[in-house]
Design a protein around this ligand. Sequence first.
Ligand code: NAD
Ligand code: TYD
Length: 350
Amino acid sequence: MSKNVLITGGAGFIGSHLVKLFVRKYPDYKIYNLDALTYAGNLESLKEIEQSKNYEFVHGDILDLPFLENLLVEKNITHIIHLAAESHVDRSISDPLIFIKTNVLGTASLLQAARKFWKNQKDHLFYHVSTDEVYGSLGEEGYFYENTPYDPRSPYSASKASSDHFVRAFHHTYGLPVVLSNCSNNYGPYQFPEKLIPLFINNILEMKPLPVYGKGINIRDWMYVKDHAVAIDVIFHGGKIGDTYNIGGHNEWKNIDLIKLLCQQMDQKLNRPKGTSEKLITYVTDRAGHDMRYAIDASKIKNELNWVPSLQFEEGLSETIDWYLANKEWLANVTSGEYQNYYDQQYLKR
Ligand code: NAD
Ligand code: TYD
């Protein structure tokens, strides 16, 4: 069946990979990419498909309800995959209100527009893309399951938890056909260099300090972004309405171990003497409320939808570094202007 799919946040990191996957794989679908082009959105990430017949970019804000209502009617949107969000924990600590606006009110506005426009529930789907950070922080043992109680601890995760609750509330109250996924930390090409991996790649290139928060012992469960996009595709087409799927790859890394691996790979690729990048490691004041460990149990998506990640981390990291080295212009563009002020505030004063 042909579908008119609205992907929000499609100029962002994960969204741009998802848009490219859907535009190429589903020529019968019309893909609309709705994005406000904040600091994190970049149309250069979509150059490869921007001329495709089944693709259209729409510049707009998910907080603008009349605009959303018009868009859904005008384009006859049948499906929504919602990724637009403020996504960086450190920014949520310095400016929480924009996270509440975009992530909570923005999601609620989109839900409201879909509820108004969609009459026959069977032909529609509202897919909400979320994070494992809503489940809180783990100790040394255990995993996040789909039924793990929510326990968000940063303004970012609190705003995403709230948006998840609204999505489920619209399903239970109004029968809106929804599906949700909660994924672990993503990495890969086109990630804005404020998140750990691209920030450190950029800093190593420029021989700048690598700011390791606290003792570097926090643990994250890393997922290659293209594997995440495939998981979204699989859930979009096969997920059960009203259900939630955790997405992760059993790929836990202590920050400092990951950083050392990154330093070694960068030295090799840049033909710098061994140990050059590690000398840039600088331990700085810990992030406020820093969650200790995230780890996903992804058995449900594996057992029900037959999805498993395709890449080993060392390979994915190497591909990611190669991409940044080959795309220095993209990096230079997104780190020009406002970025420098943000970087100075965040890191150099720590
Ligand atoms: P990102 O910050 O790279 O991109 C967000 C996109 O949303 C940008 O293109 C931005 O312009 C757009 N946007 C922001 N506010 C908007 C608004 N008001 N209206 C329209 N567009 C707006 O984020 P990302 O890392 O690609 O994450 C995408 C989604 O996946 C988010 O919902 C995030 O919570 C979730 N997620 C991210 C990760 C991760 O590791 N990055 C992991 C799990 C889940
Ligand atoms: P980040 O990429 O911001 O993702 P999240 O906070 O959503 O997990 O950070 C990943 C880990 O790296 C997290 O434990 C914080 C740490 N970190 C640093 O040590 N230094 C940095 O400069 C950044 C951005 C993150």
